[in-house]
Design a protein around this ligand. Structure first.
Ligand code: AMP
Length: 474
């Protein structure tokens, strides 16, 4: 596996180079190499992926690299995942080993490895081959049972190479990672950071609750690359001194996982006009991201909403007759673990290549892919079909509104009315918003209620927490 070889090279040539930073904890490439080799030896005899449980600790990284070296792969489990959900994942995978990075001893019948049990080893053996599963990341299933998406080592290599092609080394290389390691957006920071010999700077959930701590991290380390959801960025745009002059090293921004709003992109571009800002798109089932576009001022002037770009090398994008985005190529997962029915509902083969049905609505225009929300995000209200994201887009374009999320309120299984959750300037009234909306939207698309928030709640992954907003509106 190419990326493992490259990480090992840094460990051999510059063992003292820092590869990981979280609060007071740091790790060098040499340490990562020795600890992961030691752990890999402990788990080699298993045929199952290792569960790596914890939050932003260096041991998560040790467990992940050990899982790769052993040839078994890994399943990252963030502490934000509830225990009964973890039990379901254990039922599916039946792992032999779990590394408990937090020393919080989750319920587990196999061998629970604590950090103190890991003996460093100088002997590095790489067992994984291109066709082995590198990691399995669980995504939510509509039935409540999480689905384990298996990603091959070759797909991870290919993805990392692409990311690296979008990054030029800076004087100092620090990659900021916001996403929990159980969310595949983190893959976009972890491996590109490691293969470029950079230090990965982790943002944890407590920092997200207290954004001033993020400000402190940004002051302390000259971050050069930023990987986050757009929602996380929107929160950071409110931080003091969040602009190029205060962060001259910060030249690369990569976003994925959610719609990157034009207004957010323009605000970021105004603050960091010398940086390269990428909007990328993809589901966990196709190795993080399969399309990307650099959002320049010209792109901002030409498109609103923004496109998600063109397919990366090795990937083909097609649109089905029902407007669904289809992804074809080696980036596509081999399917959901032990779930042949769910796998065949979403995946198929064409010309010897894997294809994934995304469930996203999209169109190809001017050589770019545009994502038009989830196919199942369309709702019907009083017989009218509409896209909630379209309404959100129109509201967030209004002056004085910085964020908008629309939730449908259902009664007796039918959508009864819409609620708009907004972050707005004090002088903007609901009447102003309704008036502005009536100029662009038909009356039936205008939400009945507007609820102002200081900040829009986020899920542990850093996406908008629609479920919480919906519950709050009831
Ligand atoms: P996940 O598997 O959690 O990474 O979620 C993938 C889904 O997030 C995709 O299927 C899209 O619905 C959405 N998504 C990801 N990136 C973008 C983007 N750049 N713009 C709009 N939606 C996105």
């Amino acid at each position: 596996m190419n990326i493992l070889k490259r990480i090992t090279q840094f460990a051999q040539n510059e063992p003292e180079r820092i590869c990981f930073i979280h609060r007071d904890e740091q790790m060098t490439f040499g340490e990562l190499e020795r600890l992961s080799s030691g752990l890999s030896k402990m788990i080699e005899q298993s045929q199952k992926p290792i569960f790596v449980y914890g939050h932003m600790s260096k041991w998560m990284l040790v467990g992940m690299i050990a899982g790769l070296k052993s040839g078994n792969g890994y399943v990252p489990i963030d502490t934000s995942i509830p225990m009964d959900r973890i039990s379901k994942m254990i039922e599916v995978i039946e792992p032999d080993f779990m590394l408990d990075a937090e020393e919080s001893r989750p319920a587990f019948n196999g061998t629970l490895i604590q950090p103190v049990d890991v003996q460093p080893s100088e002997e590095s053996v790489i067992h994984i081959t291109a066709q082995d599963v590198a990691y399995t990341i669980f995504t939510s299933g509509s039935t409540g049972t999480p689905k384990g998406v298996e990603i091959l080592a070759s797909s991870l290599d290919e993805f990392t190479n692409w990311m690296e092609s979008l990054y030029d080394h800076q004087n100092e290389n620090y990659w900021l990672n916001q996403a929990p390691l159980s969310f595949d957006l983190s893959v976009m920071a972890v491996y590109p950071s490691l293969v470029t010999g950079s230090a990965l700077v982790m943002i944890d959930k407590d920092m997200i609750k207290k954004p001033i701590e993020i400000y402190n991290v940004l002051k302390q380390y000259p971050i050069s690359a930023w990987v986050s959801t757009p929602s996380f960025l929107e929160m950071c745009l409110l931080l003091p001194e969040f602009e190029q002059s205060s962060h001259p090293n910060l030249k690369y921004f990569y976003f994925c996982g959610e719609l990157f709003k034009h207004k957010t992109a323009q605000t970021l571009f105004n603050k960091f006009s010398e940086s390269y800002i990428y909007n990328t798109y993809g589901p966990t089932e196709a190795t993080v991201a399969v399309t990307g576009i650099q959002v320049t001022q010209e792109v901002l002037n030409t498109f609103n909403p923004l496109p998600v770009g063109a397919a990366r090398p090795g990937v083909e994008i097609a649109i089905s007759e029902s407007s669904e985005i289809l992804i074809k190529g080696d980036a596509v997962s081999i399917g959901y673990v032990k779930s042949p029915e769910k796998t065949s509902a979403q995946f198929y083969e064409e010309d010897g290549q894997r294809v994934y049905r995304t469930g996203d609505a999209g169109e190809l225009k001017d050589g770019y892919l545009f994502v038009n929300g989830r196919l199942d995000f369309q709702i019907k209200l009083n017989g009218y079909r509409m896209e909630l994201e379209e309404i959100e887009h129109v509201i967030s374009e209004i002056k004085g509104i910085s964020q908008a999320v629309v939730t449908p309120i259902e009664k007796n299984g039918k959508v009864s009315y819409l609620v708009a959750h907004i972050v707005k300037a004090d002088d903007v009234t609901n009447d102003d918003i309704k008036e502005a909306l009536s100029a662009t939207l038909p009356t039936y698309m205008i939400p009945k209620k507007f609820v102002a928030h200081d900040v829009i709640p986020m899920t542990p992954n850093g996406k908008v927490d629609r479920k919480q907003l919906k519950e709050e509106s009831l």
